[in-house]
Design a protein around this ligand. Structure first.
Ligand SMILES: Cc1cc2nc3c(=O)[nH]c(=O)nc-3n(C[C@H](O)[C@H](O)[C@H](O)COP(=O)(O)OP(=O)(O)OC[C@H]3O[C@@H](n4cnc5c(N)ncnc54)[C@H](O)[C@@H]3O)c2cc1C
Length: 423
């Protein structure tokens, strides 16, 4: 036997000392924490552990059913308060958990490994609670915030409209001041948590000639006269997010429900965008990690042409590439998370992380399905990969489409004066 052959034999992934297929590592290819653990406090580690347990006991066993029934993950939201996951971004002095960006990314990575749609629903609710805690007036903090923290009401973020997505400053949903009330008219689209939301953070235009400076953000109760909860969307996947739209017809809301005033609301919507992009990177890492684990396990147990699928070098190399790109997406994601945690500018690093993770999740989950043969394509029989692939697809749109990340990155490439070639 040549040296190379002997080396290959000793490094075969599917043979244990006894010669029977070995049990794959439970976190195949994701043993490294990309330095994340160093930046997590003991309290935060317990919150991450709670998220792991919540994902395993609440999300994982029900996620496929939510998708099959094409409905919001109501059971997950009902169990969220007990798991302590409703107010992760609310300061502790206001009853929240005050989790930092690195630990938050770890929490979302774990939740998404069970189901990305359910995880994103949790993010949207937590963002609403954070917005009320940081921008709300005394009354909103006293009355609405405790209901968001306790999980009595579910939050939603309404910026996108049927005709306006990436160009968010061009929204046309209007808010007219009338005495001490706002009168809101228009339509909102692609609202995560729409089917069950009890508190809507609505972005509306007060003066179309003022562009983004005319935008205000108002808390709207969906039960007010004039508010219509539109039918939920039929999607490729991700129904656990309860995505749908709202129509507003001359809806009267007290001015005291203003969350962020005219002139500052659009900026406030963009304040958390870097963190949101980091969290998408983390969620992509979760679904790729879980898909790799499933593919490794399955290929080690199935035989063809005299050995296991995992014995085929083509398969080993395909999954080795998945493992490498999983490492890369985690490194980019947690680098950006650490920058945010240290108070640095993470706009560029978050854009890199989100773009890379969203693109690679789609490609690499498809690879994991491919090495499993037709079984990878099957939705039942305990295979979560089709659900994760659908989840990966939607990460190409949320919190700024992939092309918008390129706009951010390209802007930094050309943010210096033009000049001649170096001599
Ligand atoms: C499942 C899901 C949940 C969502 N949840 C929410 C939510 O809770 N709240 C909310 O407000 N929104 C939500 N969104 C909407 C999301 O923010 C938008 O889909 C996103 O902003 C893109 O807008 P659009 O889909 O209208 O695409 P458009 O803006 O119409 O863009 C069309 C295409 O053009 C590309 N493009 C844009 N600009 C450029 C450019 N300069 N150069 C090249 N290409 C470009 C885009 O990337 C996209 O591929 C959700 C979307 C999805 C899919």
């Amino acid at each position: 036997m040549s040296e190379t052959e002997s080396q290959m034999e000793s490094e075969s992934p599917s043979e244990s000392d006894s010669g029977s297929p070995s049990e794959p590592e439970s976190t195949a290819g994701a043993e490294s924490t990309a330095g994340a653990d160093d930046a997590v406090t003991a309290v935060e580690q317990r919150i991450i552990d709670d998220a792991v347990s919540f994902a395993a006991t609440v999300i994982e066993p029900q996620a496929e059913r939510w998708e099959r029934e094409r409905r919001f993950a109501a059971e997950a939201f009902a169990a969220l308060p007990d798991a302590g996951l409703t107010a992760l971004l609310v300061p502790t002095e206001l009853g929240g958990r005050g989790v930092g960006p690195v630990a938050l990314a770890r929490v979302l990575e774990e939740l998404a490994a069970a189901d990305l749609a359910a995880a994103f629903s949790v993010v949207v609710h937590n963002n609403m609670a954070r917005a009320v805690a940081t921008s709300g007036n005394d009354r909103l903090i006293a009355e609405l915030l405790p209901r968001l923290v306790s999980g009595e009401v579910l939050g939603a973020f309404l910026l996108t409209e049927p005709d306006v997505g990436s160009d968010a400053a061009a929204i046309s949903c209007s808010a007219e001041a009338d005495g001490d009330e706002w009168v809101i008219s228009g339509e909102k689209a692609w609202v995560t948590n729409a089917s069950h939301a009890g508190a809507l953070n609505v972005y509306a235009q007060t003066d179309p000639s003022a562009g983004h400076r005319g935008i205000v953000s108002i808390v709207v109760d969906p039960d007010l006269p004039g508010v219509t909860r539109l039918d939920r969307y039929e999607l490729m996947g991700g129904h656990a997010m309860g995505t749908g739209g709202f129509a507003f017809d001359q809806v009267r809301v007290p001015r005291a429900e203003t969350l962020v005033p005219v002139g500052r609301a659009f900026g406030a919507a963009m304040v958390g965008i870097d963190l949101a992009r980091v969290l998408v990177g983390a969620m992509c890492s979760g679904i790729v990690r879980r898909s790799l684990e499933v593919a490794v396990r399955y290929t080690a147990g199935r035989s063809l042409f005299g050995s296991t699928v995992a014995d085929k070098q083509g398969v080993q190399w395909m999954l080795a590439d998945v493992a490498t790109e999983l490492e890369a997406m985690r490194l980019l994601t947690f680098r950006a998370a650490r920058q945010l945690q240290e108070g640095g500018d993470a706009t560029l690093t978050a854009a890199h992380a989100k773009k890379f993770a969203a693109r690679k999740a789609q490609e690499r989950i498809a690879d994991c399905m491919q090495v499993m043969g037709a079984a990878g394509y099957r939705r039942d029989a305990g295979n979560p990969l089709p659900r994760h692939l659908a989840g990966a697809r939607l990460t190409g749109y949320i919190d700024g489409a992939t092309e918008i990340q390129n706009v951010v990155i390209a802007r930094r490439l050309w943010d210096r004066p033009a000049g001649p070639l170096p001599s």
